[in-house]
Design a protein around this ligand. Sequence first.
Ligand code: GDP
Ligand code: IMO
Ligand code: MG
Length: 444
Amino acid sequence: MANVIIVGMQWGDEGKGKIVDLLCPAFDAVVRYQGGHNAGHTVKFADRHFSLHLIPSGILHPGTHCVLGNGMVVSPPAFFGELDRLAEAGVDPAGRLFVSTRAHALLPWHAELDQAREEARGDKAIGTTSRGIGPAYEGKVSRYGVRLGDLASDALAERLKTEHRRVKVELDSLGAAEPTSLDEVLALCGEWAERLKPLLHDTEVLLSQWIEDGAPLLFEGAQGALLDIDHGTYPFVTSSNSTAGGACTGTGVPPTAIDGSVGVLKAYTTRVGGGPFPTELEGETGEYLRDRGNEFGTTTGRPRRCGWLDVVAARYARRLNGTGAIALTKLDVLDELEEIKVCTAYEVDGRATETMPSDLGGFARAEPIYETVPGWERDTAGITDLAQLPANAREYIRLIEDLVGAPVDLVSSGPRREETAVRQDGVLHGLLGERFGRVVGKRG
Ligand code: GDP
Ligand code: IMO
Ligand code: MG
């Protein structure tokens, strides 16, 4: 078992950055397959702190190759900014960062459209990250988009002229400011093409070669299963396939080359932006989770909405992704609570259901049915051995395993790489094989 997909099992910000970073030593390359700089992945170890948006967390491991796959929408200025910040922090990506020629360029117009549309939606806004992700994917699907490998193409000026006209009409109709001028965008594309040139590759060929050579690959999902454009809580979703299936279309790697999927699950739930959230807590406990969990967006700084763990949603994510093992994060955030609730089913229009309603109305009307368990009221921060966990915390984990239907093979008890406990005999250990043994060994 070599090639593994990591997917968030909720609405994003589950701690994927930390988990991907942790698992990196077991892989030769980390591959992003969808999304753009709407993602914000935090990695902390020792006294170091990194926020990554486009570049896979693997970049922090010297020798690990990193790929930005064809399924991504890449804002070149955001990408260059990230590279510059990494360089300032002493991270050298030379020779190990590969960007797909087929990934789409996120142009200034995309963010302008995103912001104007959100404003026009008023109180029905999606609450996007305003980065232009939706319009960039829309451009791709409607075949007006520009791929990174085509930024220097002779046909670019003509294509952008048509696109500029379209964008101007829409922005006018929304009463928004003029779009960035055509000349400015054309000049930018020229600059971007120049700086991107040494990093652009036919990454599909590269990945296929690496797979043939037996190099294990880690696919880093951004966002979470419930933000998936097809399977998420539409229309309050992002515009790409964040679930495991996206790893194939977003990289060109066939399903037959994938060996398994690890789900990252936060011990409670958070959501940024609009949309129904059945287990949301608006009072004191919600505030407690936000404060203690430091639940503020890595990308936009917005306070995250907080609530109890929703097992109906997590089970749905497990099915969609084929989750073989769960990495449970932020257990320590629950430390002070006297009791903890877990949503085991919903009541929709007077009927109990254990599955996610597929229509927005049904999901918006879903009332959580809770099971209440006692808290542990003890400090678990920094625990590296599962046996050190209080009995009630171990019970909580067992309940999650039973209800979600997958083993919790890793428990994260703090933001730093070191603050992690791995189940030695777990499926995760088996799934990742001998190489993962080295990671586990290091952690003792
Ligand atoms: P991602 O988007 O899934 O990579 O998650 P983010 O990085 O956006 O958000 C997760 C936040 O929780 C970050 O600030 C992490 O440093 C932090 N974090 C991750 N795991 C833990 C944990 O086990 N305990 C605590 N207290 N914080 C954690
Ligand atoms: P990571 O990878 C949490 C949310 C936005 C909004 C919706 C659509 O850090 O987990 P978009 O800008 O993508 O069109 O916004 O999706 N969203 C995220 N929420 N974590 C993320 O990424 C997110 N990326 C997008 O808040 O509700
Ligand atoms: Mg995040």
